[in-house]
Write a protein that binds this ligand. Sequence first.
Ligand code: B3K
Ligand code: ZN
Length: 879
Amino acid sequence: MTETAHTTIHRHDYRPPDYTVESIDLRFELGKETTLVRSRLALRAAYDRSGGERPLILDGHRFVLRSLCLDGAPLAPEAFQVSEETLVVPSVPATFTLEVETELRPQDNTFLEGLYRSNGMFCTQCEAQGFRSITYYPDRPDVLSIFTVTVIADRERYPVLLSNGNPMDRGELPDGRHFITWHDPFRKPSYLFALVAGRLACIEDSFTTCSGRGVSLRLYLQEANRNKGEHALRSLKKAMRWDEETFGREYDLDCYMIVAVDDFNMGAMENKGLNIFNSCYVLATPETATDTDYQAIEEVIGHEYFHNWSGNRVTCRDWFQLSLKEGLTIFRDQEFSADMESRGVKRIADVRYLRTAQFAEDGGPLAHPVRPESYMEINNFYTATVYNKGGELIRMLRTLLGAGRFRKGMDLYFERHDGHAVTIEDFVQAMADASNMDLGQFRLWYSQAGTPLVEASSSFEAADGVFTLTVRQSCPPTPGQPDKQPFHIPLVVGLLDRAGRELPVTLFGEPAPGPTTRILEVNRAEQTFHFSGLDSEPVPALLRGFSAPVKLDYPYRPDDLVLLMAHETDPFCRWEAGQQLAAQVILALVADQQAGRELKPDQAFVAAYRAALTSGEPDRAFLAEALTLPSEKYLAELMPVIDPGAIHIARRFTIRALATQLRNDFLAVRETCRSTRPYGVDDGRSGERRLANLCLAYLMSLEEQAITELCIQQYRTSDNMTDTMGALGPLASCDCPERSQVLEDFYRHWQGDRLVVDKWFSLRALSDLPGTLDDARALIDHPDFELANPNRFRALVGAFSQNQPHFHAPDGAGYRFLVDQLLRLIPLNPQVSARLLAPLTTWRRFEPGRQALMQQELRRIQALPKLPRDVYEVVEKSL
Ligand code: B3K
Ligand code: ZN
């Protein structure tokens, strides 16, 4: 089969492996030009051979096969067949050893999958199917084996040699080389294998587990970054303690290693005992990283650590089960961050992401269930649906079961399946068994794609004090799924009176007043709930905590929303009320533009925002969230036909209207949030900084010289990246003479720091100013632009594709720019290219003009000869 003959893999075709690997011994000789890999597999037939012999089929590609021996004897050329992607040995004994020697060129591996080089070091990325580019192997997650790995390299250039588990042996070799042998006592699939070699600094710490075992923690990074790893290590220790306290999960090896690399396709990788991280999720100092960066590091460090149980100890049977580990681990990292920060603010951030990224996916041509039915390239399924919607499903289970029974279910799941490769069904079954609940209908969440729409309406019978809530659910068709069955939806609700007081939620017929918050189990297409004991018509607070990943439609009046904004107890609902109000106002301005009407500020809306701004809300981060208008992308989600230009103008108009009328309030609140004390990472002031910078951003929309000076002053005096970016963000969109000086100054100062230079590229690519596309084009030729470095490519081209007005320029120039750059990236890195295509795949959501331009660009890619599978799948499915 050639790389262009793309086949579809179906979940229903799953068959257990014919051969399992009892153990694997790997020996890597890392050379300057070529790397030699010797693999010795102890294999065993896992099927009943009385029914006939089955061939041994191993996965492998992109290397040179040097030799092949079975039970010590070289295999004759006619005894095996090599194809583009496999090695087939038609006849093998029931148990045997296979020795394979392969030759690789990691320095030429720009795919960043398998073994590759980054910044003078060797490293690996094997999930999902990278191991097969190292050697022939049954490269599937249900083949678990014991790995022993010897790494040999030049001692001078590669003093640090790492693999999974514990070091067993080390020594010197002729020609200035040395070796270290690692042994991992835990059986694992090949996707969790890792190797690192380089000249790296190491910062160390230790952790004592709940049962008193000492674990050595080691973080490896470039010598120049030695001072930037402290936060990551601190986060790791927090995560280890949290998983013990929250889920009773203890770490299991003697050491835990994290390595930071500059060239990485994704965020990080949970390889057993040896996590490999994109350096952007490790390195931080107050001068180089923002508060948001610090939080993201804590979250990703936690995420990879939590995988040790949800992913590594219990792994996936096949890749259709990816959400088994990713959804669960996302849920775990979200809960970890919620416990470390402000729970409400964390929930809001997670919902924001879900509603932009995942809802768009669900509404587009690549929509797929949390457990997909088929794929061409599994790397295309590391999606917001599998991860974040998958996380929401776990959260709904906890809501439905209650915290206690949910924890029992988790314990049962780990107890039953430790050391095995299992399915999502096994997980749900453990939850059902631990709770005695019927989760039959709940399982549909895993198999049906699309975002359910929940339409609620209400009526009030004043005479008997009964409030009736009618709930209808539906789900739009998605590719391959024209009709959907009703979902099992936990709808968490509360009731407020007109003074904003919380009322008991009493179901009709209940003898005593109910609790103030209640889980309604919605499981039919239409349902009615009656609440009694009410003196007057209440305002319902619906979907508290965003209790289900649905679109909720309830005909709130603006004054209901204002009431909820001021009084609702649930932070998500309180925030959501403001978002809905803002969305109503902004979308009305979009309609005004389309109808050629003059735009006017909405005074009731300004008043509601003034009330929030001056409310003295103690959670400053929450207030910042509440005052942030819905993003252009989210507003687009709410429109039947997206008009990106009109959305941008309407949103800018609203920002400016608020700034004009609340100018002094913004200035005053900013003042109360500023501090003369030096920055501290854990100084508890990140909420203040966020609010102060939001106020500044509003004020900068006024284009007033005095404000611009304030902003430049903040840039010049800032002792931390949060405030520096807080000033630079608005300046990058400000048409003032100082803009270019300040950006130039920033670049010169940080030229040597890759992660900060990434920020600089993004600032320019995200600017509102008219010349942004030309600027982005010019930056492609900047000496610091690196096509093959995913972070840099994303910082410029990826960021530009998120710049709604410029990317969606009516003449298609933004689309053309993206595709011009992707045409260069595709041969180097198909995986990253396929991901960055996403903004073009939603073309159906736009008016005919843009539709045609977007399709035209997709066709330019489609026309490429030998399209890699990753890109092929995205283009074919979206056209
Ligand atoms: N499991 C990895 C992702 C691997 C991506 C492969 N294309 C990171 C994570 O989710 O923790
Ligand atoms: Zn993960």
